[in-house]
Ligand binder design. Structure first.
Ligand SMILES: *[C@@H]1O[C@H](CO)[C@@H](O)[C@H](O)[C@H]1NC(C)=O
Ligand SMILES: *[C@@H]1O[C@H](CO)[C@@H](O)[C@H](O)[C@H]1NC(C)=O
Ligand SMILES: *[C@@H]1O[C@H](CO)[C@@H](O)[C@H](O)[C@H]1NC(C)=O
Length: 500
């Protein structure tokens, strides 16, 4: 198992004393306790993360890019990657048919990414479904039969003059996808097969892998002309299915931007651009996260995409504040899992940096308790870690030489990595948190990963779901939450990282 060897090497590097702080190592699965992200031992896990572009494509074409990426992240204190497990676009598709069938090479690329992340001490938020990419949700709509439906349950809130829905409008009105059984069942089969996947590198079932921080059920849903019930019902049922029927061990959340429905008292915080598109997107931040099976609330922040001309930082701060308050009201911590600000080369410090300063100031004040807020981390969009993405397109790519990175991202990450912001004194646990067993002994449940790695064959009616009596479904039985090497690295790492 390459992963084990690499974990030992990481431990050795940490012990030798790295120049910069690496992410504080975590024991077992990350979970929520007392409104904080914590590991099995109740150590807080504040999130300083990033969104990765084309991670699967890079893993397929140039695996060494991925190890280089994680090495850079780890050395700078970044601790969570959010990536598409399906639907990153650009022709890369994990799911290839409704069986579900999968592209095995892409699945192995994902296996590899997860194992490399584990070796570097980094957690991963997986997003298996994306509304915006043809290879993802629109493909599923074709397979489950909803693509043919143009039904708009709320024509009264359609303010357009056109009567038909063109392609992009229809893409954002997938009412039948959210509400019909064949489509809901297709997603369930897909998610069951993902959780049952045995990683061909580490030997861990995905559902048993503490490298996975959480599952985003669907990136940025829309249901225009629908009202909030379609998306809300879908999120709640899929979250229930993941938790109750599949017994997923990782956290589950939505993946939405966090628009408030127009009936929500916070909807005045929504982006509008002179109309009511935010409050009528089909999302409903408060309702969508108010399920016992959703562990934490998420929001995104896109000042350029959401209005023309773009919103200013005061608006962005109000957007964050509204979500901290709404998340507090439903008793969940919040994570800003996507934010970005466009800038060309000459605008980086004057235009982009104030956004990063505002975001990290907000997260820091919430993490250290001074604001009383519920925000527990942020993941920026997007990291040009190799420094070779286009520069002058006014985009949101960030190089490691940009002031955005050196002055804001790194500085925040170092504070997280050294526990400077933790809501606890060094070495103690988050108050009110109960440690859970690590179950660190014993081999992984599957002795022969290669033999059982294949997903259901193409065309088979259903995958083998996690049986109801399996340890994964009941939470009982042996777990492989923590490999012994991780435990020692965790202790050694934390000691070294906590400097005077
Ligand atoms: C997605 O599919 C639609 C309809 O076939 C097409 O018009 C559009 O160009 C596609 N988009 C991409 C990025 O391929
Ligand atoms: C589709 O319709 C929307 C709303 O009417 C409009 O804003 C958009 O420009 C149209 N897109 C195309 C490609 O025609
Ligand atoms: C940067 O963008 C601004 C605003 O879009 C523009 O006025 C300026 O000319 C751009 N600068 C460069 C160097 O492209």
């Amino acid at each position: 198992m390459a992963g084990l060897v690499a974990r030992v090497l990481v431990a050795a590097c940490v012990a030798a004393g790295a120049a910069a702080a690496s992410p504080a190592s975590a024991a077992g699965f990350i979970r929520v306790s007392n409104m904080r992200f914590v590991d099995a031992q109740c150590q807080e896990y504040g999130v300083s993360g990033w969104n990765g572009y084309s991670v699967l494509k890079r893993a397929l074409q140039s695996p060494s890019d991925i190890s280089a990426l994680f090495a850079k992240a780890s050395s700078r204190g970044l601790n969570v990657l959010r990536m598409f497990a399906g639907g990153e676009g650009d022709g890369v598709s994990l799911l290839t048919g409704p069986g579900p069938s999968f592209d095995e090479a892409t699945f192995r690329a994902l296996d590899y990414v997860l194992d490399e992340a584990a070796s570097a001490g980094i957690k991963v938020i997986l997003v298996p479904l994306n509304l915006w990419k043809n290879e993802s949700m629109p493909a599923l709509e074709n397979w489950c039969g909803s693509a043919a439906s143009n039904f708009k349950p709320r024509p009264d809130i359609d303010l357009r003059t056109e009567t038909a829905l063109n392609y992009t409008e229809r893409m954002q009105t997938p009412y039948a996808f959210f509400t019909t059984t064949p489509c809901i069942d297709l997603v369930k089969r897909y998610y069951a097969a993902l959780l049952a996947r045995v990683n061909t590198v580490s030997g861990l079932r995905y559902t048993d892998d503490p490298t996975i921080f959480a599952w985003d059920l669907l990136n940025e849903p829309r249901c225009k002309y629908c009202g909030p019930d379609a998306v809300n019902g879908w999120y709640h049922e899929l979250a229930r299915y993941m938790k109750e029927d599949l017994g997923v061990k990782q956290m589950v959340t939505t993946g939405e931007e966090g628009f408030f429905d127009e009936s929500d008292p916070h909807s005045s915080a929504d982006p509008t651009d002179g109309n009511v598109w935010g409050p009528r997107s089909g999302q409903s931040f408060t309702q969508n996260h108010n399920s016992p099976h959703i562990d934490f609330a998420v929001l995104h922040l896109w000042p350029d995409n959401w209005r023309n001309p773009p919103y200013d930082t005061a608006w962005g701060k109000a957007w964050i504040d509204a979500h901290e308050a709404a998340a507090a009201a439903i008793g969940k911590p919040a994570l800003l899992e996507e934010f970005g600000k466009n800038a060309n080369e000459s605008e980086i410090s004057a235009v982009r940096d104030p956004w990063f300063q505002m975001v990290y100031d907000s997260v820091s004040a919430s993490l250290n308790g001074s604001s009383g807020g519920t925000l527990r981390g942020a993941l920026f969009w997007q990291w040009d870690s190799a420094g070779n993405m286009p520069r002058s397109d006014g985009g949101s790519n960030i190089r490691m030489t940009d002031s955005t990175f050196t002055n804001y991202i790194e500085s925040f990450s170092q504070k997280v990595a050294t526990d400077e912001l933790s809501h606890r004194s060094a070495g103690s646990s988050v108050p009110g948190c109960t440690p859970v067993p690590l179950n660190g002994s014993g081999p992984p449940p599957t002795a022969s990963p290669a033999a059982s790695s294949s997903p259901a064959p193409a065309g088979s009616p259903t995958p083998s779901p996690v049986p109801a009596s399996s340890p994964a479904a009941t939470g009982a039985g042996p777990q492989v939450a923590l490999l012994p090497q991780e435990g020692s690295r965790s202790a050694a790492g934390r000691r070294l990282l906590r400097r005077g």
